[in-house]
Design a protein around this ligand. Structure first.
Ligand code: IMP
Ligand code: MG
Length: 484
């Protein structure tokens, strides 16, 4: 009794010291994993970080686990001990046959029998997980649970601090760029230890990823490449990991001698870790790659005027699919007429209808706005076919004041459809004047003017595959000459 209590106490003491140390996050977490495994007499442990969308878990520190275990990259948070996400400690006593284990075959081949997941909670929110592994079948005592909870609490503070630091760092970097005033020593004095990029090009690359709303982790993992007996003699730490694309990226410049060395490392990494997706890229290559993945044509001129990306191509597609599924469920057994107002709605409408699984008919209207007295909206192109007695789903790109929608809905209602609902990709509540009910909404957006994915500013930007904020100083929406 006393011995295990003593071990837990010493373990916690060490972890507290580590949490407050000057080590990098990865090293701290490796050491914590070791401390936790030792104190609880486990064979292995890892500290996992949950992404902001709560979809995947990435290893930030590990101890005692073979590479086969870590090799798989991030874990799917919904497939791997999902109840931990709800804040519960989950104990698996026979991993090879438990359906809550995402890779039971790996557990089996590694003789892992026992796995427990302890939520890393920041307040009530799960931000990560401590996971422990044993080759013996065993239980967790009340005392061990308490120790693990305390360790997880320390991890929460640590992970939160690291993320905050990364966030502060990004703000800091953009300020440095803007002001050109702050100097490096001030940055080093920052108690929050921002991400320290080894090269300016990496910081630039991180800014680029931020712009496109692509999540990234800097140097999240080191891969042993060569051994000298039992010691690792060569390691490779790729610069970035992009969870959304499940891709590691090693940045390179055009310098041929560097490219050759790095190519050799990448080749070796691929040989030894065939499941790992890694690319050796220059910034220019990366921009090309983004185009291929649908993030946009990245000639810098094309995004001139765009301040930041609010919703990336992938985020939009995911959301549109979810809405289409809901629509298909809600109207199950029916057929619907989907009606859009040109032109802003074209991208949304064409994606949406492809994901809807019930029979759909499509129609369009066109309108023009007047800024004079009296009528503000006028229909310039009406529907092709009658809608009386049919289920109508009105689709909009964005509902701003709600005046357009209000007018169009009144017009449609007069044709006596069987039902009339509204689906808008964007909802900007801040400027609402007319009270219209939106049945399906893609994203709520703040009070900024947006472009892309069909939405325009003075007729341009519709072809951007993401939704971006128009730069504040890029001019206000002119009332005349405004296009829908
Ligand atoms: P409302 O009548 O004020 O709700 O305005 C709706 C119409 O104005 C939308 O259908 C768009 O065509 C256009 N619009 C409103 N806000 C934006 C924006 O931020 N970007 C591009 N078009 C917009
Ligand atoms: Mg419109």
């Amino acid at each position: 009794m006393t011995t295990s209590k003593g071990r837990h106490y010493t373990g916690l003491q060490q972890i507290a010291v580590l949490a407050n140390s000057e080590l990098t996050l990865r090293r701290t977490c490796n050491a914590i994993a070791r401390g936790v495994a030792k104190a609880t007499d486990m064979n292995g442990c890892r500290v996992l970080l949950l992404d902001s969308k709560k979809e995947y878990l990435t290893t930030v520190g590990a101890y005692g686990l073979s590479d086969l275990f870590l090799r798989k990259g991030p874990l799917d948070a919904r497939k791997s001990l999902p109840e931990v996400l709800d804040g519960n400690i989950v104990v698996v006593s026979h991993a090879p046959t438990d359906e809550r284990v995402q890779h039971p075959e790996v557990a089996k081949s590694q003789n892992v029998l026992f796995i427990a997941g302890i939520p890393v909670l920041l307040g009530e929110e799960t931000i990560g997980e401590l996971r422990i592994y044993s080759k013996e079948s065993r239980e967790l005592t009340e005392e061990e649970r308490n120790f693990l909870k305390s360790s997880a609490n320390l991890c929460a503070v640590l992970l939160d601090r690291a993320q905050l630091a990364q966030f502060r760092d990004r703000i800091y970097k953009s300020r440095v760029k803007a002001a050109g005033a702050l100097t490096l020593p001030q940055m080093a004095a920052n108690p929050l230890k921002p991400t320290e990029f080894a090269h300016e090009s990496e910081a630039e690359f991180a800014n680029l990823l931020d712009f496109y709303q692509i999540e990234w982790l800097y140097e999240p993992r080191s891969f042993p490449l060569a051994w000298n007996g039992a010691d690792v003699s060569q390691m490779f730490t790729p610069d970035f990991y992009l969870p959304e694309l499940d891709m590691y990226i090693e940045l390179t410049t055009m310098k041929q001698n560097l490219i050759t060395i790095k190519n050799r490392k990448v080749r070796r990494l691929r040989e030894q870790y065939p499941d790992i997706n890694i690319r050796l890229l220059t910034k220019k290559d990366f921009l090309k790659l983004l185009t291929k993945y649908g993030y946009g044509t990245m000639g810098e001129a094309k995004v001139e005027g765009v301040g930041r990306v609010l919703h990336s191509h992938t985020q939009i597609q995911r959301r549109v699919r979810a809405i289409a599924r809901k629509v298909s469920r809600d109207y199950e057994g029916e057929r619907i007429v989907v009606i859009g107002v040109l032109k802003g709605v074209m991208c949304f409408m064409s994606d949406l209808m492809q994901y809807i699984s019930i029979p759909v008919r499509v129609d369009y209207m066109d309108i023009s706005h007047y800024s004079g007295d009296g009528e503000v909206v006028k229909i310039t192109r009406d529907l092709d076919s009658p809608i009386g007695g049919q289920h109508v789903l009105m689709v909009e790109d964005i509902v701003d004041t709600g005046m357009t929608l209000n007018y169009v809905l009144a017009h449609l209602a007069a044709h006596k459809p069987a039902s009339l609902r509204v689906c808008s990709l964007l909802d900007r509540k801040a400027r609402r004047l007319a009270n219209v009910k939106l049945d399906y909404v893609g994203f709520e957006i703040p009070d900024v003017f947006v472009v892309g994915y069909g939405l325009d500013y003075k007729g341009e930007y519709r072809n951007l595959p993401f939704i971006g904020e128009l730069k504040q100083d890029w001019g206000r929406r002119s009332q005349e000459g405004q296009q829908q």
